[in-house]
Design a binder for this molecule. Structure first.
Ligand SMILES: Cc1cc2nc3c(=O)[nH]c(=O)nc-3n(C[C@H](O)[C@H](O)[C@H](O)COP(=O)(O)OP(=O)(O)OC[C@H]3O[C@@H](n4cnc5c(N)ncnc54)[C@H](O)[C@@H]3O)c2cc1C
Length: 378
């Protein structure tokens, strides 16, 4: 009898796990991937949609086209997991029994948690990115403020990247000298990673982007057009863009498989749930204090898949574990970018911004569909 492997979430992490487990176990496992929408969304592209450099349709693909033929796709929302019964309950009432379960449901953005912020702009959702681009098209002059309303959030460098892309956009329209860009960071530097912050801060200054540190967004007054920090500072804006607070998905919370914000506690090397030996989590949904990024989801997924395949085949656990590897690109504007690489044992390094990194990111964005979901990249 083949083992039942169930994966919740058809984003980067879940799709790679599904394809690799099916490939590595062949007919010894039946792999089922459950996704709430059936549409795979390439979220890094939201940055470009928000400044008119990408078409929204280019960021969506039916999940069915990214999965191997031997993976069963169920397009339905998972509502609850019962770890004692090894069962997932779906919205329709259907139940799925599992021998191995992978939680790969990503995160939720929660703008509603910020008082007064319901109408602010964001580039963290497809609808947010489209709405922001419309607002920018109509923007002629004044102050644009970019802030962060809660840590952790996915892709820590994204607000800095967006500030650079916005600078390019306003220059291209010839209105940069009528506008101010202010970037608010919750930390004493541009973002979490110190070495890369040191690299980008002089470039922010060069481009006239004003950086304010220790500004943890607490609330917004949409009438006075001010944003206030936990630290007690208030700043005026004409257009406010916020990174929304994030939390894990409801299915994690209703199943009591996560912490108070819905992040799933896992071993940082094996990605196994700290309490349940037949449950793994990969990607944004874990509580590992490392960048919530597609690259992390990718590397974690290859590890979790190999572990599950070994268990299915009755082989010893693979020696290769997740070593904290992260590799991201960061646009620095004007056609250049840098990269950020690190792991648990090696601190982050970022080379000087160069055109080749910008083109490498653009190439990665285009070839993503044919490489990453299938687990083809190392
Ligand atoms: C603006 C922006 C820029 C970014 N830039 C980068 C970048 O340059 N590099 C990088 O590495 N990362 C980047 N990221 C982050 C990256 O997109 C995420 O970290 C990555 O998508 C996480 O993968 P995941 O598989 O954990 O979750 P996701 O890709 O979010 O997938 C989760 C899936 O779970 C499904 N789901 C949720 N709840 C349920 C449920 N109850 N039942 C069934 N299915 C469910 C959803 O439909 C979704 O398909 C960026 C993100 C944003 C927003």
């Amino acid at each position: 009898m083949s083992a039942e492997v169930v994966i919740l979430g058809g984003g980067v992490g879940g799709t790679i796990v599904a394809n690799l487990v099916a490939k590595q176990t062949q007919d010894r496992a039946h792999v089922t991937l459950v996704d709430a929408t059936g549409i795979h969304v390439y979220q890094p592209g939201f940055l470009y949609v928000a400044v008119g450099l990408e078409q929204p349709a280019a960021l969506n693909r039916p999940e069915s086209r990214l999965l191997r033929d031997d993976v069963s796709l169920v397009i339905e929302r998972a509502m609850r997991v019962d770890p004692a019964e090894h069962t997932v309950y779906l919205e329709s009432g259907r139940r799925l029994r599992y021998d191995h379960l992978v939680l790969a449901t990503g995160s939720r953005t929660m703008m509603g948690e910020v008082p007064g912020a319901l109408d602010v702009y964001d580039f963290y959702t497809m609808s947010g990115a489209k709405r922001l681009f419309k607002a920018l098209e109509g923007f002629q002059q004044g102050t644009i403020v970019i802030g962060v309303a809660g840590i952790p959030y996915k892709c820590p460098p994204a607000p800095v990247e967006f500030a650079f892309l916005l600078d390019d956009y306003l220059r291209a329209r010839g209105i940069r000298n009528q506008t101010e860009i202010k970037l608010l960071s919750p930390l004493n530097r541009a973002f979490t990673i110190e070495a890369t912050s040191k690299l980008v801060q002089p470039i922010l200054a060069e481009r006239g982007i004003e950086l304010t540190g220790f500004f943890n967004v607490e609330s917004v007054d949409p009438v006075a057009k001010t944003v206030t920090s936990l630290e007690g500072e208030t700043m005026g804006y004409d257009l406010l863009i916020l990174v929304p607070p994030h939390r894990g998905q409801e299915v994690i919370e209703s199943s009591r498989l996560g912490d108070e914000r819905g992040w799933v506690p896992v071993d940082k090397n094996t990605l196994k749930h700290t309490e349940f030996a037949d449950i793994w989590a990969v990607g944004d949904t874990t509580n590992i204090p490392i960048s919530k990024s597609g690259s992390v989801a990718h590397y974690e997924a290859t590890v979790a898949a190999a572990e599950i395949a070994a268990e299915v085949k009755g082989e010893p656990a693979p020696a290769h574990v997740y070593d904290g590897k992260v590799m991201c690109f960061l646009e620095t504007g004007q056609g250049k970018a840098t990269t950020i690489r690190f792991d648990y044992d090696h601190p982050p390094v970022s080379p000087a911004p160069a055109r080749r990194w910008h083109w490498a990111k653009a190439l990665f964005n285009k070839t993503y569909w044919h490489t990453v979901p299938q687990g083809r990249l190392p």
